[in-house]
Write a protein that binds this ligand. Sequence first.
Ligand SMILES: NC(=O)c1ccc[n+]([C@@H]2O[C@H](COP(=O)([O-])OP(=O)(O)OC[C@H]3O[C@@H](n4cnc5c(N)ncnc54)[C@H](O)[C@@H]3O)[C@@H](O)[C@H]2O)c1
Ligand SMILES: O[C@H]1[C@H](O)[C@@H](O)[C@H](O)[C@@H](O)[C@H]1O
Length: 340
Amino acid sequence: MTYQHAPLGVAVIGTGRMGSDHVRRIDEVISGARVAAVVDIDGDRAKAAADRIEGCTAHTDPAAAMASAEVDAVLIASPGPAHEAALLEAFARGLPVLCEKPLAPDAESALRVVEAEARLGRRLVQVGFMRRYDAEYRQLKELLDGGGIGRTLMLHCTHRNVATPPGYTGPMMINDSVVHEIDVTRWLLGQEITAVQVLRPAPTASAPAGLSDPQLVLFETAGGAVVDVEIFVNCGFGYQVRCEAVGERGTARIGEAHGLSVDAAGRWGGAIAQDFTERFRAAYDREVQDWVDATRRGYTRGPSAWDGYAAAAVCEAGVRAQDTGGRTPVLLAERPGLYR
Ligand SMILES: NC(=O)c1ccc[n+]([C@@H]2O[C@H](COP(=O)([O-])OP(=O)(O)OC[C@H]3O[C@@H](n4cnc5c(N)ncnc54)[C@H](O)[C@@H]3O)[C@@H](O)[C@H]2O)c1
Ligand SMILES: O[C@H]1[C@H](O)[C@@H](O)[C@H](O)[C@@H](O)[C@H]1O
């Protein structure tokens, strides 16, 4: 394998909230890469992003950016329904991709991506499940893998957002938000999720009309563990992601750290992050740096297209369970050899 000495030329597709944050990250924070091109169907937005970076071109069509000789790799940060077309275009050109979650918005299209990559016979995709790069989650994984608390019996997870943006729907609570717990469950336990249930308490008065928020989502895993996830996307007070693992010989918790703590004026306490860009800033930095480092060495690692597909399959069962309230089995295709 050859090492690419020149900085990796990255095309960033989608320059909205995440895309523009990744553009800043590649330009100012990490090493070994440069933003060679940006793409947005909103041409003004693409141009505004490109104008801030020397030698960066602006495009409205992902294929045009990928055709540029300056582009060695692609970071997809457009909305989920646009991912499949961009991924297949990158495959046709043999370009490595860091694709924001979800890999694709449903299990069927995610499986098409898996099958297309399997036909290539080599991995090109890393999926943006950034929690795997978070220092606390990594410590927890190390503890569980090392048997520090014995066999894991349960995970108790909390996922709270301050408020939902306009257009946020009930299925998005699973597809956009709980998808992270789906990935960390599979990663921490090394087991597939086999069934999902969803319980819906009376909604908070802060939820937009028609949104049943919060919800309690339950997973069963192939090894017999049970996982509960409180998803509460209009909690109002902060961004909180917690996980407690219950093992045969102990428990372990992450997500409590609030950094600086101040005692003054008759009170004690610290601050709560307000969104994911703050809480997971270091994880996103590590994720993108790791992708760049591996890509320059000629390989792909991290969460795979199979992980993206498996998460989409669990999401599909989860959205069905939201409607029926019943226990819904997860249907998973056979895992291609590339991902074993
Ligand atoms: N890992 C995380 O924690 C995290 C957090 C937020 C969002 N995301 C993911 O990042 C992606 C983008 O989310 P966002 O919040 O930045 O959305 P956004 O709406 O802020 O930005 C999306 C941008 O993509 C552009 N766009 C739409 N269709 C396009 C296409 N076909 N080609 C090129 N550009 C197109 C839009 O004009 C917009 O500028 C989504 O997949 C989302 O799930 C991940
Ligand atoms: O798209 C976002 C993002 O994935 C965040 O990490 C998650 O906390 C939000 O709930 C979701 O809406």
